[in-house]
Design a binder for this molecule. Structure first.
Ligand SMILES: N[C@@H](CCC[C@H](N)C(=O)O)C(=O)O
Length: 278
């Protein structure tokens, strides 16, 4: 089975083409492949599939390093856009893709930049999913004997955003996993720690569901900016700095789609032998 290793701002992926290959992957197998010592190593595995409706070019499935299947991956969408071109699966510069929960338009720009229309952020508790009877801009959650103020949003996957004075590794290591499996989130959540530098510039670290802290998270950057705009802390165009590099996010507010722009890189191609038992 052929695969490509790709990365976007240090968030790394294995992409497998299930359009031209016959592929069946079990969750335990994905988890083993994700092992950085005895497998290939990646934060997410993306499975490219044929479109399930005529207006789309491709469908894709997303698996976290722990083998769990999820339904949004922003950095992955940009890598997917680069991948389908590299492999000659399309020559379109505007590519329409879907996951189980979202449709996205991927636009290949100049100089390795890729812009993705991520759709509109969704703050409704039921769609996130988040256990709350009312919709609020700020929720208070009890974690590690602290009351944390959080913004909560779905970008097709759940995100909980905490605004912090400074990014503190100890706090991220403690709060990330606890909030990630807080009982208010029946499907778990990604946890973003956002330091606002000014209205156009934030620093962000994300403790991802199913993968731990990553070098960068695309949907996390979109989520943080949408929460910042919703709370009138940020302007509509925001530069997001993460450990692995930078993204530009643009969201004009309710009724508008959110756009994410950044790079996507091909690292190498390989073959997984089906006898592989790590
Ligand atoms: N790194 C991704 C998000 C991947 C999925 C996430 N861990 C989840 O479980 O929802 C991105 O760039 O968006």
């Amino acid at each position: 089975m052929r695969f490509s290793k790709m990365c976007s701002l240090g968030n790394d992926f294995v992409i497998i083409d299930a359009v031209t290959q016959n592929v069946h992957l079990r969750s335990e197998f994905i988890c083993r492949l994700a092992n950085r010592h005895t497998g290939i190593g990646f934060d997410q595995l993306l499975l490219l599939e044929p479109p399930n409706s005529p207006e789309l070019d491709f469908h894709y499935r997303i698996f976290n390093a722990d083998g769990s299947e999820v339904f949004q991956c922003g950095n992955g969408a940009r890598c997917l856009g680069r991948f389908v071109h590299l492999k000659g699966l399309t020559n379109k510069k505007n590519i329409q893709v879907s996951t189980k929960t979202v449709k996205m338009q991927i636009h290949l720009e100049e100089k390795n930049q890729i812009c993705v229309n991520m759709g509109e952020p969704d703050f409704f508790p039921q769609t996130i999913p988040f256990r709350s009877k009312t919709i609020k801009k700020i929720y208070e959650l009890d974690v590690a004997e602290q009351k944390l103020l959080c913004g909560i949003v779905s970008m097709g996957n759940p995100h909980c955003i905490i605004q912090v004075e400074k990014l503190d590794s100890d706090q991220i290591k403690l709060i990330g996993p606890l909030l990630g499996c807080h009982p208010s989130f029946p499907e778990g959540t990604n946890v973003g720690f956002m330091q606002i530098i000014d209205r156009k510039h934030i620093h962000l670290r994300v403790y991802e569901r199913g993968a731990g802290e990553t070098q960068a998270c695309g949907s996390g950057a979109c989520a943080a900016v949408s929460i910042g705009v919703q709370q009138d802390l940020l302007d509509e165009k925001v530069h997001v700095e993460q450990k692995g590099g930078n993204l530009d996010i643009c969201w004009k507010g309710t009724g508008h789609c959110l756009y994410m722009t950044g790079p996507a890189d091909h690292v190498y191609d390989g073959v997984i032998h089906m006898s592989f038992k790590p």
